[in-house]
Every structure is written in structure tokens, then in C-alpha cells.
Design a protein around this ligand. Structure first.
Ligand code: AMP
Ligand code: ZN
Length: 467
């Protein structure tokens, strides 16, 4: 049973697709006016984990929009003298390159706003016809007072409603729900515009998501996700638009991810406290480490970003890498060890249970590390069999499919033969230590060091890694 916290009810609920077969999910994609920062990527990685979890159980149809028209994009393209299409194409390409590096899987459908203007115009027409939209000047606005359920998702106090007050920008005061713009008349001759029966203009941001989500996924979606900052007004407005047009519930499960913080504040472009993926790669961190850090905290908890945290993520990944390497190169007897097999079954169960429990990724990682400790002890004492190795390797494939955090073995510098020699030297050194021949054991340690290998004596036995 897969449980998720539904913002709509504030409760953990058992999730199942409406038709029991295919999950229909919509996630709000990036606004492509600049490089996406790793705060944004926290949300995209959480959505990727959700994607992977859902596809391990059902078929999945996941739609993500690309906001390739908005106030900021227009301003930047005018500033740089580049036309909007090529300006946004560059940043869209950069976004997907970053996603690849972070092992974020591609949604089944990627929907750029500017390729769906027709659907947006249809939706405005429906809202106008039903009295939910009105014209003011040359723009069209949504009449919030016509939609009594407004504010239910974000639990807004209705007294705060500024009935009749309008806002037309894409970004505005978050606290004041006002009639929002559906279709904007162009103010500047350089602004892009599309013809529509109600006048030339361009769509508002909220309209985009409603129109594209319903086009591909029908009137009622199974899941809709985004970062918590999108809850109000963006998602509230999406509900108002969609439900007014169809008379049906728009979304069954709303899922919101918490923010990535820096010094207790939300990482954001406007505060200037952000790193892009490229910034961190230039500092020498690798993309897998960044992904690991983002995965290591459950999506509903805030995550404070520090370089120290990245180092810890690196250490955790090294631990997995070392273990897998050791496992691959160990000389094993045929057969299986019952105790170890029991530990593995237990770890697998806990891993699944953690992910089923509202994507408790930190719990899932915990189960992996408990198992690695147990398996290291078994390896150290020659109590791990060939059959166990196969099973463990199979499990790590599952882990990688679900979390996307298992280091690729091809990146290791040593080949199997070299690793075997190192294992042999480590065994000889342990033997020397047992015989209290410390001169020999130090000599072997040095020999290993000269070959680029560091060894550490831990309670679980001796471990080694490449420098
Ligand atoms: P935007 O391109 O600004 O529309 O944002 C893309 C996604 O990133 C949205 O789902 C936002 O909620 C999310 N987001 C923005 N800042 C952060 C942050 N600091 N931590 C986590 N998610 C964020
Ligand atoms: Zn959206």
C-alpha cells in the first residue's frame, strides 16, 4: 500500500490510480528564463522519486509543462535582444542536460506553453461563457467571487479575499487572493501576442497548467505536484479555472515538496542565494553527490543546503561504492548463508516499506546502510556466498531503479584483477596484525598507500578505498 500526504485533506492517504491501471500525473515544470537552481532541482528530484515509485507499481502518464512565455522571459529577451523562441530554447536545452546529469527521468509528455495556445483560448472561452471570466480593458480576468471553493486547498481565510481587485502580473503578492489574469493584452509593441476571439494577447501563467493538464490527462488527474510555494496562488487558481470549466474535481491528490533552504531561507533567484548545478560541478562536486543530498531528506521536510552536507553525501556514496566494489571482487564460495539471506530479505522489506510510507527516502537509505554493515561483517568473515552476491547485486539494481543513486561501477579506476591483489594484501595485513607483526602490517599499509589505496580499520573490519 502506497501512502502519500494529500495537501487537499492534510492527511496521509492510500494512493491508487483512478482506473487502477495508469497513473495520470501532472507536475509544474520550469520557467525557462535562466539556469534552474538546485532549489528547483530539489522539487524535480522529488518528483522523479515519485515517478519511479509509481512506475514500479502501475503504468504512468506524466505530463510536465515548460513555461516558455511569461513576464520575466519577455523582459529578458527584450533586454538581450534575442527573440523569445531561441532565448527559451537555450534554457530549455540546458534544463534537460542538467536533468540528465541528475538522473531525472523524462516525463512521458513535455508540454511547452507556446505550443498549446489554442487549448488555452478554448478554456478562456468556456470560462467567459459560464460567467467565471470577465473583460477589463483589453485583458480577461477570472472572477474569484464566482467560485466558492476558492482557497480550500491552501486553507485561505476568505475574509482576505479582495473581491474585484485585479492582478495581472505572473508574480505578485502571495497573501492577497485577487482576480487573476487569464489573458493579457500586450502593453509593449515588442511583446509577443496571439490572436484570439476576445482580442490579441497572451495567456497568464495559471491558465497554462489547467489547459495542458486537462488536454493530456482528462478532467480529473490522479496526482498534481509542485514545490510548496506553488500551493497559493498557482495551484489554487488552477483548481478554480479547471473546476469552473468542467464541473468536476480537477485533482485527486495534491502533493507538495518542501523547500531547499540556505541559512534558513528559501533558495531563490530573487534572493541571490542560489547555486545552479553548473556552479557546483565547477566547484568539483559531481552530479550524483548532489542528487544523493537531495534524495537523502524526505520531500516533506525542509532541507538546509550546505557544502558540508554535500561532503557527507559524498562520504555516503563512497561507502556504497566501496561495498559494491568489494562485493564484486571478493572470492566467494558457492551457495548462500542463511543469516545473511535473512538480513537481505529484511533490508529489502524495510526499503519498500519506507518508500511506501509517503516516500520516506531517508528511511530507505537507512535500510541500505544497515544492510551494508551486516554484509561487510559477513564478507570480512568469509560468510557470504556466491548466491548471496547475486541476490545483493539484484537488489542494488532495484535500489538504483527507485532512487537513482547507485554509483556506476565502470567509473572505478581499478579492474577486477587489481582489486583482487588489493584484497589479498589487505588479508595479509590483517593476518600480520593478528600475529602482532606490526612492522609487516605497517609495511603492507604503506605498500597499499603507494598504490593509491587507503585502508581503515573499523568495528566491522578493514575497509579500503581509492585515494
Ligand atoms: P519555477 O521555475 O520558479 O516555476 O520553479 C520550478 C519548481 O521549483 C517549482 O515546483 C517550485 O515550487 C520549485 N522551487 C523553487 N524554489 C525552490 C526551493 N528553494 N526549494 C525547492 N523547490 C523550489
Ligand atoms: Zn503549474
Amino acid at each position: 500500500m502506497f501512502k502519500l500526504t494529500n495537501t487537499l485533506t492534510g492527511e496521509q492517504e492510500v494512493f491508487e490510480p483512478q482506473d487502477k491501471e495508469t497513473v495520470r500525473m501532472y507536475t509544474c515544470g520550469p520557467t525557462v528564463y535562466n539556469f534552474v537552481h538546485i532549489g528547483n532541482f530539489r522539487t524535480f528530484v522529488f518528483q522523479d522519486i515519485l515517478r519511479r515509485q509509481l512506475s514500479s507499481k502501475w503504468k504512468l502518464k506524466h505530463v510536465m509543462n515548460i513555461t516558455d512565455i511569461d513576464d520575466k522571459i519577455i523582459a529578458r529577451s527584450i533586454e538581450t535582444g534575442q527573440d523569445i523562441k531561441s532565448y527559451t530554447a537555450d534554457y530549455t536545452a540546458a534544463f534537460f542536460e542538467d536533468c540528465d546529469q541528475l538522473r531525472i527521468q523524462k516525463p512521458e509528455i513535455i508540454a511547452p506553453a507556446t505550443e498549446h495556445i489554442g487549448e488555452m483560448i478554448d478554456l478562456v472561452n468556456r470560462l467567459l461563457a459560464a460567467g467565471y471570466a470577465y473583460r477589463e480593458g483589453d485583458s480577461i480576468y477570472y472572477r474569484i467571487s464566482r467560485f466558492p471553493a476558492y482557497g480550500r486547498l491552501s486553507r485561505l481565510d476568505k475574509r482576505e479575499l479582495k473581491v474585484g481587485a485585479r492582478v495581472e502580473a505572473d508574480e505578485y503578492e502571495k497573501e492577497e487572493p485577487r482576480d487573476f489574469v487569464l489573458w493579457k493584452a500586450a502593453k509593449d509593441a515588442r511583446e509577443p501576442r496571439w490572436p484570439a476571439p476576445f482580442g490579441e494577447g497572451r495567456p497568464g501563467w495559471h491558465l497554462e497548467c489547467s489547459a495542458m493538464a486537462m488536454k493530456y490527462l482528462g478532467d480529473t488527474l490522479d496526482l498534481h505536484c509542485g514545490g510548496i510555494d506553488l500551493l497559493f496562488p498557482h495551484h489554487e487558481n488552477e483548481i478554480a479555472q479547471s473546476e469552473a470549466a468542467t464541473g468536476r474535481p480537477f485533482v485527486r491528490f495534491w502533493i507538495h515538496g518542501e523547500h531547499l533552504l540556505v541559512d534558513g531561507e528559501k533558495m531563490s533567484k530573487s534572493k541571490g542565494n542560489f547555486y545552479t548545478l553548473r556552479d557546483l560541478l565547477n566547484k568539483g562536486y559531481d552530479a550524483l553527490t548532489i542528487r544523493y543530498l537531495l534524495v537523502s531528506v524526505r520531500y516533506r521536510k525542509q532541507l538546509n543546503f550546505t557544502l558540508e552536507g554535500l561532503k557527507e553525501a559524498q562520504a555516503a556514496l563512497d561507502r556504497i561504492k566501496e561495498f559494491l566494489f568489494r562485493l564484486r571482487t571478493a572470492k566467494l564460495e558457492p551457495g548462500s548463508n542463511a543469516i545473511l539471506a535473512g538480513c537481505l530479505a529484511n533490508a529489502r522489506e524495510q526499503f519498500e516499506a519506507a518508500l511506501d510510507d509517503d516516500l520516506n527516502t531517508s528511511g530507505a537509505l537507512g535500510a541500505i546502510f544497515v544492510f551494508i554493515s551486516e554484509a561487510n561483517v559477513a564478507l570480512e568473515h568469509g560468510r557470504l556466498g556466491e548466491a548471496d552476491r547475486m541476490e545483493i547485486q539484484e537488489w542494488f539494481k532495484v535500489i538504483d531503479a527507485r532512487l537513482g543513486i547507485v554509483p556506476a561501477m565502470e567509473h572505478l579506476v581499478l579492474d577486477d584483477k587489481q582489486a583482487e591483489q588489493i584484497e589479498m594484501l589487505v588479508r595479509q595485513r590483517n593476518e600480520a596484525r593478528r600475529n602482532r607483526n606490526f612492522a609487516l602490517s605497517d609495511q603492507i599499509r604503506q605498500q597499499l598507500f603507494d598504490r593509491g589505496v587507503v585502508i581503515e580499520d573499523t568495528r566491522e573490519g578493514t575497509r579500503w578505498r581509492q585515494k
